[in-house]
Design a protein around this ligand. Sequence first.
Ligand SMILES: NC(=O)c1ccc[n+]([C@@H]2O[C@H](COP(=O)([O-])OP(=O)(O)OC[C@H]3O[C@@H](n4cnc5c(N)ncnc54)[C@H](OP(=O)(O)O)[C@@H]3O)[C@@H](O)[C@H]2O)c1
Length: 324
Amino acid sequence: MAFPSAIGGRSQYVLAIAGATGGLGLFISKAVLQAPYVSHFSTIRLLTRSTTSAQARELQSLIDRAGGDSPGKLIQVDYDDSKSLGSALRGVDVFVNVLNGDVPQNVNDNIVEALAKNKVKVYIPSEFGLDERLIDVDVEIWRLKKEHVKAAVEKSRGKLKVVLIYTGFFLEGIGLWTGFDVANGVFTSVGSPNFPIAYTARADIASATARLAILSISPSTADSVPTDVRIFGSSPSISQIKDFAEKKYGKKIVLQVEDARSWKKELLESNSNDLLKWVRLFAGEGKFDYTEENHRELVNPRQSFWKWKTVQRHIEEGGIDPLP
Ligand SMILES: NC(=O)c1ccc[n+]([C@@H]2O[C@H](COP(=O)([O-])OP(=O)(O)OC[C@H]3O[C@@H](n4cnc5c(N)ncnc54)[C@H](OP(=O)(O)O)[C@@H]3O)[C@@H](O)[C@H]2O)c1
């Protein structure tokens, strides 16, 4: 599906991004400030608590380089202050939330209020991971995310279009902390190592978010965007990732399998909020397998906007590094 055309060369839509300087937010900010996405917005507000951080300065120089032609604006905001957030969202059509997953509750409450007060039309909450419809345990961070979305819809009296983007694991997160220990030659799965697992590079998530923002706000395409959007760059199993790594590093890697039942029992008994441990379990339960139902063709038909980066390519290019 092509883009709906921008009106008069540049569309009138106002976009705001909270967490614009973050690990993922910086990629999204850079994507929307550049072609082919930038022309769809008359204003792009990049919200940050500090306009002097290194990341904020990087965004400012990208804006400056466009020589007055950029719709980008860095906006200092105090998320704890409903007035500050309210004015940052004045006139906004699309709001992308890329704040870190565990911001204090009052920040989420202020977002709900600002969305309703300003009659924001499209809201992309800070998801970017597991399809939360599959979560069958009560873990605080996901419960709060669900409650936040429900509150946003209710407070906006059904006039808000919410788009939840599920990306699986960040590609750059393949490393020691997710069970891939290259140095010692041991990969560990929790449960089956044979389920496909969705992985997406942050640059690709950024392009997909830009596309979904534009498709969701444009009247001619809004209906094509569902509430729950699943994407991935590639979906190898842990066994396949082991093969890619063995080839790249020229050494044998041992595949260890942790017992999923006792792993889960321990998490439940300790009422654990350790997300990493939960998502590793979910991977071994097949919950990151988006191969049957996904929206890759909606966001990037025939890879005409970008070429998805795969796990195999990521490993071939330098392998398994922790996120910066
Ligand atoms: N699927 C995966 O593998 C994966 C991995 C990592 C993250 N994620 C998800 O991606 C989303 C973004 O995560 P991220 O790692 O990019 O976030 P992050 O870099 O930790 O934080 C994003 C931005 O939020 C702002 N911020 C931080 N703490 C805040 C607070 N207490 N109150 C208000 N603002 C605060 C900061 O911006 P300023 O200081 O400029 O205001 C920060 O740059 C989250 O939903 C997270 O769960 C998914």
